[in-house]
Design a protein around this ligand. Structure first.
Ligand SMILES: [Mg+2]
Length: 309
């Protein structure tokens, strides 16, 4: 068959992950051969395995055999759709059964498409492409909706989602959760003096610098509003959080962004408030936010360009 590897998926798409599930290795081989040039292929020969791979790999698409011993395709689909973590993965049923009622049943379970065996390579490729593009476009839109357009760090919406998830996680693990609120000192004066365009550039540099101060993939720096940023540090105690806050303060000062209207050495500086809690049913997430905010206020009162906790 002729391959059109270069244009099979639009340029923006990263290399997709496909999970092929079938109890007949010969069927897996056919599909593997069709897609291995363009996609990373994972394989499973039974339902349990399929669910495990979905949870660990989060594939972009599942090609799912219906008739299998034990947990069959319908059950796999039901379980993936009832789990928040996997319900967004599109599923295409591939089966030798040609009854229309079978197709209806599969679609009602939440599958996006239905392909019959024996496999016609052109049909399979076309349908897989359609659903992969939809999935990847959807992922891209979703991630764009969670990024701050000016600075490129996470936005407020992402912050709100993540702090709730991290709170729950730390509550389960009895682990501490730290939060840093960050505010740019005399930013209004900066805008008045240098103009809003320079103000935007200043916020971009600061955001980039703050993001560089955290290293673990589950730490998050977000733009909280205007010239305010926030940093979520799961599984981090107060001393670790203070260390990061001090590093942020220092790194922003070392950017040496001129600010002739600031009383603090005529460069741009930030004030920070740190709060740490081990989530329990006695505390509310709101208390953690309130506490970090109070510490930030204390830093402002104490003369700015400092960390309070
Ligand atoms: Mg089968």
């Amino acid at each position: 068959m002729e391959k059109n590897t270069e244009n099979w998926l639009p340029d923006f798409c990263s290399r997709p992950k496909i999970l092929v599930v079938d109890d007949q290795p010969a069927n897996i081989r056919v599909l593997h051969e069709l897609f291995r040039h363009d996609c990373d292929i994972f394989m499973a020969t039974n339902g349990e395995q399929a669910i495990t791979v979905c949870q660990s790999q989060l594939p972009d698409l599942v090609l799912l055999d219906v008739v299998m011993e034990g947990v069959d395709g319908h059950e796999v689909c039901r379980r993936l759709k009832s789990d928040l973590a996997t319900q967004g993965i599109p599923i295409i049923f591939i089966t030798a059964q040609h009854h229309e009622s079978e197709e209806v049943f599969g679609l009602e379970l939440g599958a996006v498409d239905f392909i019959s065996k024996p496999i016609n390579p052109i049909i399979v490729k076309a349908r897989v492409r359609t659903h992969l593009v939809l999935k990847l476009q959807n992922d891209q839109l979703r991630s764009m909706a969670l990024i701050d357009g000016l600075t490129g760090v996470a936005n407020r919406r992402k912050f709100d989602e993540k702090i709730i998830a991290d709170w729950r996680q730390c509550l389960r693990d009895k682990n501490s959760l730290s939060l840093i609120f960050i505010d740019v000192d005399y930013f209004k004066r900066y805008n008045d003096k240098y103009g809003h365009q320079a103000g935007d550039e200043c916020l971009k540099s600061i955001a980039l610098t703050l993001a560089k101060c955290v290293r673990r993939p589950y730490d998050l720096v977000a733009r909280y509003g205007g010239e305010e940023f926030a940093c979520i540090l799961p599984s981090t105690g107060i001393s670790g959080a203070i260390e990061i806050a001090e590093r942020m303060k220092q790194c922003v000062r070392e950017l040496n962004i001129e600010h002739s209207e600031s009383d603090l050495g005529q460069v741009v500086t930030i004030s920070l408030g740190v709060a740490t809690v081990i989530p329990s049913v006695d505390f509310k997430l709101q208390d953690l936010l309130g506490s970090a905010d109070k510490q930030l206020y204390k830093s402002k009162q104490a003369g700015r360009n400092c960390v309070s906790f």
